[in-house]
Design a protein around this ligand. Structure first.
Ligand SMILES: Cc1cc2nc3c(=O)[nH]c(=O)nc-3n(C[C@H](O)[C@H](O)[C@H](O)COP(=O)(O)OP(=O)(O)OC[C@H]3O[C@@H](n4cnc5c(N)ncnc54)[C@H](O)[C@@H]3O)c2cc1C
Length: 486
């Protein structure tokens, strides 16, 4: 037996070297729990020059905005909510995402009775899905479309064109919830794998942003990027990992893009599914097992981007709690033939809690990825054109403008994950992504965390945190059982 193998056999919680790739929620959750459990050599390697990953709270306008995760979704069984519920840091968001105006591309605002009837169909379909999708063989898009028209048929006769325009917009809104390009790629049955936590679904972090949760995890006292709390001395920024070589029986060799090489006994990889899709073939030596590659291919990380526009005063009239864009067919055809075609996937604009001078817009899918390639000025010009096209009043130039680029960033390659119809075909899911690679003695060597690997809370921060804790507990259980055997 080699000296390295003997060293590896003798490792304890105090000597085992654990490298976590990625300092997003999952990585931070794993690292903080490992330290709590008594592990000493815990190192986080992060490609960006900041921690947080898809939690990115930045100063903007009167306080902060969240470029990534913004709301805590639900209360019961939600690990984020449960941690902070007694701290008075979360607040239910105003009903803007229900009370918004529906505006057509000829500036016509849908009368309240029609808009409310259509919204009710859309929103009421959410709980019913839970039972009706169980045996549904098709995509979420097939289900929602069928259900929508059944329910519209029960309403007093209405203009079918308007109902169609609304359905188009509802599809885009739901696609943003899933982060899908369109709902026909979202598995109907797979959609049920996601568990909705009961309680308020849009809890905001007041004027502090989602980074409050990370500070709490790390026990950071100061609201400054330098304060890493218990992770002080355990994080290396600007360390983009290019290769994880687990060929040898003992050590794992980790190479960074700048040529640095590190060794570890255990690696917990928490990079996004987008990074895995793009890089798994070159990142892992030897190649990952077939089942894991199937999961990487079958699951999908889609693109949702945000726009933030800052004005000197609130930009919408008081009785406008946000608006969604309904395209008339002839206007849509014209748009599609123009260079502004990407605006088709901008589905609505809403106020931001604790930021009365802001307007937040959303764009999804392929057009979001195209938008990310344009200059900020081109994007802003497009949005101002959209306002002129739809709104029956003038909206001035904003003072400041921001848009996100989650797909263009090679450390993310998208926003969050969903279950595809293709994953159904491949019979794969989070279970394949989660499965650790063990040595012959059952020691976890290469482990996987991150939101995509959560069976039920994927696409969320509470899901990502649970996966980090899961992988820390896996190692802790292994070392506890070894100590018991000795
Ligand atoms: C626009 C948007 C809105 C969202 N809204 C919400 C919301 O309201 N509520 C909610 O619960 N969730 C929301 N989410 C999802 C939520 O942000 C994620 O599920 C969660 O933050 C993912 O955490 P993670 O640790 O799994 O991954 P990440 O946060 O992506 O962490 C992975 C880390 O790995 C790093 N990395 C990547 N490649 C390498 C490499 N080669 N070497 C070293 N490091 C690397 C990355 O830089 C990153 O920091 C949103 C996400 C987006 C993008």
């Amino acid at each position: 037996m080699s000296a390295a193998s003997i060293r590896s056999l003798r490792r304890t919680k105090h000597t085992a070297r654990i490298v976590i790739i990625g300092a997003g929620t999952a990585g931070i959750a794993a690292a903080t729990r490992l330290l709590e459990q008594g592990f000493k050599h815990v190192l986080l390697l992060e490609a960006e020059d900041r921690i947080g990953g898809r939690i990115n709270t930045i100063p903007f306008a009167d306080n902060v905005v969240d470029l990534g995760a913004q709301w805590c979704h639900g209360e019961r069984d939600n690990a984020v909510y449960q941690r902070v519920k007694d701290m008075n840091v979360l607040e239910a968001t105003e009903a803007h995402y229900e009370t918004f105006r529906c505006v057509r591309s000829n500036k016509q605002v849908l009368p309240d009775d029609i808009a409310n009837n259509l919204k009710a169909i859309a929103f009421n379909s959410i709980p019913e899905r839970q039972t009706e999708l169980v045996d549904f063989p098709g995509s979420l898009g097939d289900y929602i479309t069928k259900k929508y028209w059944q329910e519209v048929g029960k309403l007093p006769p209405m203009n079918r064109t308007i109902a169609e325009e609304f359905l188009e917009n509802f599809h885009k809104f739901e696609s943003s919830v899933e982060a899908a390009d369109h709902l026909y790629e979202v598995s109907g049955r797979g959609h049920l794998e996601y568990w909705l936590c009961e309680g308020e679904l849009l809890l905001n972090w007041r004027d502090k942003g989602y980074k409050s949760f990370l500070r709490l995890l790390m026990n950071a006292k100061k609201d400054e990027p330098e304060d890493l709390g218990v992770l002080k001395g355990h994080v290396l920024l600007n360390k983009r990992v290019s290769e994880i070589n687990y060929q040898a029986a003992d050590e794992i060799v980790i190479r960074c893009w700048n040529g640095e090489v590190l060794t570890a006994d255990h690696v917990i990889c928490t990079v996004s599914l987008g990074v895995l899709k793009e890089q798994h073939a070159s990142m892992f030596v030897p190649a990952l097992p077939e089942a894991k590659v199937r999961a990487i291919k079958g699951l999908k990380l889609g693109t949702v981007d945000k726009f933030f526009l800052e004005y000197p005063v609130p930009p919408l009239p008081e009785d406008w709690p946000g608006f969604c864009c309904l395209w008339l067919e002839e206007d849509l055809q014209e748009l599609r033939a123009s260079e502004r075609f990407w605006l088709e996937s901008v589905f609505g604009f809403y106020p931001v809690s604790y930021q009365p001078r802001l307007l937040q817009g959303w764009i999804i899918g392929e057009h979001a990825r195209y938008m990310e390639t344009l200059t900020e000025q081109e994007v802003l010009d497009g949005l101002l054109w959209l306002f002129r096209k739809f709104l029956p009043f003038d909206v001035p130039q904003p003072q400041h403008f921001l848009r996100t680029q989650w797909h263009a960033n090679p450390n993310f390659r998208g926003s969050y994950t969903f279950r595809t119809t293709y994953a159904d075909e491949l019979r794969t899911g989070a279970w394949d992504l989660e499965a650790p690679l063990l040595d012959v003695a059952g020691k976890p060597r290469l482990q996987f965390g991150g939101e995509a690997s959560h069976k039920h809370y994927y696409s969320t921060v509470h899901g990502a945190a649970e996966t980090g804790w899961r992988e820390a507990d896996r190692l802790n259980t292994y070392y506890r059982s070894r100590t018991a055997q000795l």
